[in-house]
Design a protein around this ligand. Structure first.
Ligand code: TRP
Ligand code: ZN
Length: 880
């Protein structure tokens, strides 16, 4: 393993730069085999007294051609240049102009950071520290400059030339070359710089802001994909309108462009006025995209657009503040999707994501606070904790201070910090002011890692008409944080009476109660309600009001009661999940000891009643059918995990559901079965999710006619949603016809890479001992490439994260396969390699046999002669 000599970066060490860069003029001369970049920086010392020290700029693998100061070429004695740093020794004590010329090789850039080529298109990715792969710079988010960018390129190779801001000028040059000049009037950090040049098709539209400003909208895609951008364009316009209506925020340039590229490390990037997207989050038509794809596009288009204010107009002082833009922007995109679709359905989906992605992170060796205090590699902190838990913290803040103070606090934040590189403290103080509350306790959500548990017990005194809830919270220790202070936890609640309606009470004492929210601030709280007419059933953490693990001592009959009656849809679903989880855990232990898992009849009865209630939203009924996944069960069990035992229990519960609910599922199919002409809207998609969940559960019984029904559904599918749902049911049940279906699928869609990904994932997640060999074979398939992050995620990441029994094969071969893939990817694309490595984050919770195998696989990675900082950082923390 590489000896790690890199010093970690610490929040506590923050210092502003001695120099500011006021303007940046960039000239890119793009050629087929190399690119020349000239960067002209106007620099001044922030404080005249600081004019003395040398100016040290960041680089990453750069080749310097020439550097001049105020027009005079510098002698090599005047500076030190390495690929990773440029230090100018003597600096004049007045503002000066530095011109730096570098030569790049975008063609061979496989890391997909800085300037690279994707299917022939030149494009950039600068967040977090990619700008330093283009030129030497103060590559940190608190250095804000006004950019002017001139791009020169062969007109035939790159008829389209784009950068941030507004187009200032374009024209022809000699030798078939042409140029464009873009100017962005808004000062920005370099991570928001972007350039795109290529032969792309443009789809144009326009949007008029509420103050009457016309904005030209463009979505750029590879030729042939023009007919797959309509949904993204519509989502963009809806996002722009929504941000005006809900947050009062308008767009601020003449153009807003989006470019879809097929090689991209993440989902998308919010570069000012020029968002660059993984094409997965742009391209859709009913024949190639699923309902889930459409929802993803809507959410990511909104997310990147919303960054224009939360991220771009107000950016981050340093990368420790990443959640300032990411958590807040996720919160905003979640709210947008809730308004566009069904709020409870969106909430349930978001909570499932939080539990499956963030909870294991928070409970394992990679746990870190929403605002970390130290990092070795910032790329490894684009995590579920920063994004998803970061959004939960904003949501709790709103719950805690109320809608009005929250709205006023957001307004104040935009007014006070527009144009700033801000911190979490700057943000929080706005809400402290508008709410008049002391938010210092609440702020611990930013500094303490770990998912709190909240134990709740109840007591009812009929004679005194008094009802008491006792809450005890525990924040578990996490790496580097042995001892925790109590968290401030808003518990949204209702006391449900025997008629199913929420009951009133005369008074509440103990913890603070504001409306329907109890605010826990201490380790231990007792809330006493007076004047409670009968013993209520408590409905706690409604809407999942805090990212905690509630442990509520409650009889199963209370949970089935809430499944049927709670007016909070989230808790109806949660009650069903809690019951299913209890059975799955018990069933796993039974299976481990060779017994048969049992399923509780009253749970099945209550499920029949809810799923059979056709006054309820079909999408919600489909979610009621989705029992916790095998990984969820493993996480709850927490130690000595045996994925095979969990899989047996999981199959048993699904089979019991399939047979017991059969009449209800048949009725649902009859009711929702004909979903009519395809539309990606929530109502139409919801009916499909109920149909597909029903078909899958019926097939879980293994009955021949149920498997035949899935085969018919596949053959008769008229959209990609039904087609992949049916295909996955067939393949995962190893049904007759599964192989033939896989073949017809790839014959038909082999030329659509985003659909190839679905084909790869379905095979990678089949719970069969034959899967590993198949996955290995697929890595050699002509349609697969380790060079493309989407293909790699579809095959290898899916195998490692969504196939618990085969990744954790008892012989360790699944672990080894992923370890070898990490080693291979490490040289090519460290970011993707490091992300794949996080699949091992829960390795210590396996039973001893698998734990030993997982450790051996991790050591295989550690043995590699040289490891990227990305992978070695994750590896060190995983093994620590
Ligand atoms: N800021 C991007 C977002 O919207 C995240 C991102 C895109 C990113 N590409 C990246 C982060 C590359 C690190 C590296 O969330
Ligand atoms: Zn973001």
């Amino acid at each position: 393993m590489r000896i790690d000599t890199d010093q970690p970066v610490r929040l506590a060490d923050y210092q502003p730069t001695a120099f500011a860069i006021d303007t940046v003029h960039l000239i890119f001369r793009l050629e087929a085999d190399r690119t020349e970049v000239t960067a002209v920086l106007k620099v001044h010392a922030r404080d005249a007294r600081d004019a003395g020290p040398p100016l040290v700029l960041d680089g990453d693998g750069l080749k310097l051609k020439r550097v001049s100061l105020d027009g005079a070429v510098l002698d090599p004695a005047d500076y030190t240049a390495t690929p990773d740093m440029l230090s100018i020794h003597t600096i004049p004590d007045r503002p000066f102009e530095l011109a730096i010329e570098t030569t790049l090789d975008p063609e061979s850039n496989t890391k997909l950071m800085g300037l690279y080529r994707s299917n022939g298109t030149w494009c950039t990715q600068c967040e977090a520290e990619g700008f330093r792969c283009i030129t030497y710079f103060l590559d940190r988010p608190d250095v804000l400059s006004v950019y002017t960018v001139r791009i020169e390129a062969p007109a035939a190779l790159a008829p389209v030339l784009l950068s941030n801001g507004n187009l200032a000028e374009d024209g022809l040059l000699e030798d078939g070359r042409h140029y464009a000049v873009w100017h962005d009037p808004w000062p920005k950090p370099c991570y928001l710089f972007a350039l795109v040049a290529g032969d792309l098709a443009a789809v144009k539209d326009s949007f008029t802001t509420r103050s009457g400003k016309a904005v030209e909208l463009g979505i750029y895609v590879e030729h042939g994909n023009e007919d797959r951008v309509a949904y993204a364009m519509d989502a963009l316009k809806r996002s722009m309108r929504w941000d005006e209506e809900v947050f009062g925020l308008e767009y601020d340039l003449d153009v807003f462009n989006i470019v879809a590229v097929s090689d991209f490390n993440m989902g998308a990037m919010e570069n000012k006025g020029l968002n660059i997207f993984n094409d997965k989050y742009v391209l859709a038509s009913p024949d190639v995209a699923t309902d889930q794809d459409y929802a993803g596009i809507e959410g990511v288009i909104a997310h990147e657009y919303f960054h224009n204010w939360t991220g771009n107009r107000i950016t981050c002082r340093d990368w420790f503040q990443l959640c300032l833009k990411e958590g807040l922007t996720v919160f905003r995109d979640q709210e947008f999707s809730s308004d566009m679709r069904s709020r409870p359905v969106k909430r349930i989906a978001d909570v499932r994501t939080l539990r499956s992605q963030q909870f294991p992170e928070d409970g394992g060796p990679l746990a870190h606070p929403v605002r970390p205090e130290v990092y070795k590699e910032i790329n490894n902190f684009y995590t579920a904790t920063v994004y998803e838990k970061g959004a939960e913290v904003i949501r709790m803040l709103k719950t805690l201070i109320g809608d009005d103070a929250f709205k006023a606090g957001m307004d104040l934040y935009f007014k006070r910090h527009d144009g700033d590189a801000a911190t979490i403290e700057d943000f929080i103080v706005c809400f402290a002011e508008t709410s008049g509350r002391d938010l210092s306790g609440f702020s611990r959500w930013y500094s303490q890692a770990g998912t709190p548990t909240v134990e709740v017990t109840e007591h009812y005194d009929a004679a005194a008409r008094r009802y008491r809830l006792t809450f005890v919270q525990t924040v578990p220790p996490t790496p580097g944080q042995a001892v925790k202070a109590p968290a401030v936890i808003p518990v949204r609640f209702g006391l449900v009476g025997s008629n199913g309606a929420d009951m009133g009470y005369d008074s509440a004492s103990g913890a603070e109660v504001r409306g329907d929210v109890v605010v826990l601030t201490e380790k231990h709280h007792e809330v006493v309600f007076e004047g409670v007419a009968e013993k209520p059933v408590p409905s706690l953490f409604r809407q999942f009001s805090a990212p905690v693990k509630p442990q509520i001592a409650m009889p199963p009959s209370d949970l089935t009661f809430l499944m049927r009656h709670d007016r909070d849809a989230f808790n109806r679903w949660q009650s069903a999940s809690t019951l299913a989880m209890t059975m799955l855990i018990a069933g796993s232990h039974t299976a481990r000891n060779g017994g048969d898992p049992q399923v509780d009849g009253s749970y099945l009865d209550a499920l029949c009643d809810t799923v059979g209630d056709n006054r309820l939203d079909p999408a919600f009924r489909a979610l009621m059918l989705a029992i916790p996944g095998e990984n969820d069960v493993a996480r709850e069990i927490g130690e000595n995990v045996d994925p095979d035992a969990i899989a047996i229990a999981h199959r048993a519960v699904k089979a019991a559901l399939g047979s017991r609910l059969a009449p209800v599922l048949e009725a649902a199919l009859a009711e929702a079965g004909n979903t009519g002409p395809y539309s990606p809207d929530a109502a139409n998609a919801g009916r499909r999710s109920l149909v597909n969940a029903s078909i899958d559960l019926l097939a879980a019984t293994g009955r021949a006619e149920a498997l035949q029904r899935a085969a018919d559904h596949y053959a008769g599918a008229s959209n990609m949603t039904d087609r992949v749902a049916a295909l996955s049911t067939l393949v995962h049940r190893n049904a007759p016809g599964a192989e033939a279906a896989l073949n017809t699928f790839i014959e038909r869609y082999g030329d659509v890479p985003l659909v190839v990904d679905k084909w790869l994932s379905i095979q990678a997640t089949a719970p069969s001992p034959a899967t590993l060999d198949r996955v290995k074979a697929l890595t050699e398939h002509p349609l697969f490439s380790f060079g493309n992050p989407n293909r790699t995620r579809a095959l290898v990441w899916s195998f490692a994260n969504m196939n618990p029994t085969q990744f954790a094969r008892p012989d360790g071969e699944g672990f080894l396969f992923v370890a070898v893939a990490v080693r291979l990817l490490d040289d090519r694309n460290p970011q993707v390699a490091a992300r794949l490595m996080t699949s091992f984050r829960s390795w210590r919770s396996y039973e001893p046999g698998r734990r030993t195998r997982a450790e051996a696989a991790l050591k295989r990675i550690a043995e590699k002669a040289s490891l990227s900082r990305d992978v070695s950082d994750i590896l060190e923390r995983t093994l620590a």
